[in-house]
Write a protein that binds this ligand. Structure first.
Ligand code: BG6
Length: 458
């Protein structure tokens, strides 16, 4: 039996745009997702867009009751910037009321709300000015963060600024999965830089307002493994690590960029525009804790014929297809629980053993209704095995001193997955999108409840 520390956070994670629905009501303005769906609905799986995602705006009380039933003691979601401040300046009282009621209902059921400010949902008014490409976004985000802290600071004690900031950089400016779906390495780096400065501005506002509680950020610390220890493979690994892991991890925890990243952007003519004083601002804005999302590792090898200077990340490192990998065929992601141990030990050994928690981990599976039994309960043993194996690795790292204080599953109730719509399901609860968003527990929810009650896995 493996027992977790007292007070360990057990919970689940989600985001405003993927769960709230009611995207066009009660004063919320449009985001890039609302607009992109309006322009190109064919890009979205089965043409299911962001307008009516899992209906949490109306059904939150039911969900919170189900969280209590499952004995979750914490839950992370985000605030929609476009709902709280539809034009970036004017406070939407209906949004304030919704979020206050939502967070209060969690607190009443002993579920701690951990609240994130940005989960890929850029307001359209700001996108029209260039989104994260314009420096104006930094100040705009700082103002939004300040308002959020003032409106909800009495209810929320663990804040995070961004979810996986590297993802909107690469998906929006390299790989075409997010709006504006352009392919431009230099613009991507600028977007990443302004995102970091927006995070810095939010941390500044949090400290200035003397809010109680703690502030952090959620990073997908995708661990990088090289094909071999040959110097060319090691060089590729270092570049992948600098771009994908250290780019945000080093400035937010250590207060500065890693030397290898600075060299890489200089060598490849990718230096972003910055302002005097940024270096000191970054140094002053280190976080109290980290959330770490982990789904799959990154395996890389040397590139045989790179373009110099690099036009894309794959001029710096090539993907390596490890022949022994175990794969989740629905999402196409490798399943490798050992990486969670490696992340945990790296945070301990190289990042001052900063307090952290697993803020997302999970398994998306298509057509889960195939596994429904006669009582209508999906027998998701694959998910139970997935969580069990990851918790085993996590427990080992905690025993060895890594400062991990919780584990959150992606996600609580099936939610909308961006361009993938509702194809892959991740929840402890099934959501029937054709039948009033009805929630039904899956087998994994009962298994997880017993893990939580015993604070232990076999
Ligand atoms: C995480 C994101 O990277 O992965 C979530 O924070 C996302 O927003 C989740 O939904 C699962 O990925 P996907 O693409 O299958 O939805």
């Amino acid at each position: 039996m493996k027992t977790f520390p007292d007070g360990f956070l057990w919970g689940a994670a989600a985001s405003a745009p993927q769960t709230e629905g009611s995207a066009l009501v009660d004063g919320k303005s449009l985001t890039t997702w609302d607009k992109w769906f309006e322009m190109n609905p064919e890009k979205f799986d089965k043409q299911v867009g962001p307008k009516d995602t899992s209906n949490v705006y109306r059904q939150y009380a039911e969900d919170v009751q189900l969280m209590e039933d499952m004995k979750l003691n914490s839950y992370r979601t985000s605030i929609s910037w476009a709902r709280l401040l539809p034009d970036g300046k004017t406070l939407n009282q209906k949004a304030v009321d919704f979020y206050r009621n939502y967070f209060l209902s969690m607190i009443e059921k002993n579920v701690e709300p951990i609240i994130n400010l940005f989960h890929f949902d850029m307001p359209w008014w700001l996108m029209e000015k260039g989104g994260w490409e314009t420096r104006e976004s930094v100040e705009a985000f700082g103002y939004y963060a300040k308002v959020a802290f003032e409106q909800f600071g009495d209810l929320v004690h663990r804040w995070t600024t961004f979810n996986e900031p590297i993802v909107h950089v690469e998906c929006g400016y390299l790989f075409e999965f997010h709006y504006p779906a352009v392919v431009d390495f230099k613009r991507a780096v600028q977007v990443g830089y302004h995102t970091l400065m927006a995070h810095v501005e939010a941390v500044k506002q949090f400290r200035k307002g003397q809010h109680t509680g703690e502030i952090g950020i959620i990073l997908n610390l995708t661990p990088v493994y090289g094909k071999s220890d040959a110097p060319e493979d090691l060089k590729a690994k270092e570049a992948a690590d600098a771009l994908n892991v250290k780019s945000f991890l080093d400035p937010v925890v250590l207060g500065h960029f890693p030397a290898e990243l600075i060299q890489l952007v200089k060598e490849n003519d990718l230096l972003p525009a910055s302002e005097a004083g940024d270096k000191e601002r970054i140094a002053r804005a280190t976080v109290d804790f980290l959330g770490v999302n982990y789904y799959q590792p990154k395996r890389v090898q040397a590139v045989s014929h790179p373009t110099v200077p690099a036009k894309m990340p794959n001029d710096l490192y090539g993907e390596y297809d490890w022949p022994e990998k175990k794969i989740n065929p629905y999402r196409g992601w490798e399943i490798y629980p050992e990486a969670l141990y490696d992340i945990a030990m790296r945070l301990k050994n190289e990042y001052g053993n900063i307090p952290w928690y697993v803020s997302e981990n999970g398994m998306g599976v298509a057509e889960e209704e195939r596994f429904m039994n006669d009582e209508g309960i999906i027998q998701d043993d694959y998910r139970i095995e997935f969580v069990h194996d990851h918790l085993t690795e996590l427990h080992k790292a905690i025993e060895e001193g890594s400062n991990c204080f919780g584990y959150h599953m992606w996600t609580f109730a099936d939610c909308w997955s961006w361009l993938n719509g509702y194809r892959n399901r991740y929840g402890f609860y099934r959501v029937d999108i054709e039948n009033d968003f009805k929630r039904t527990p899956k087998k994994s929810s009962f298994w997880m409840k017993s893990v939580i009650q015993q604070n232990t896995i076999d």
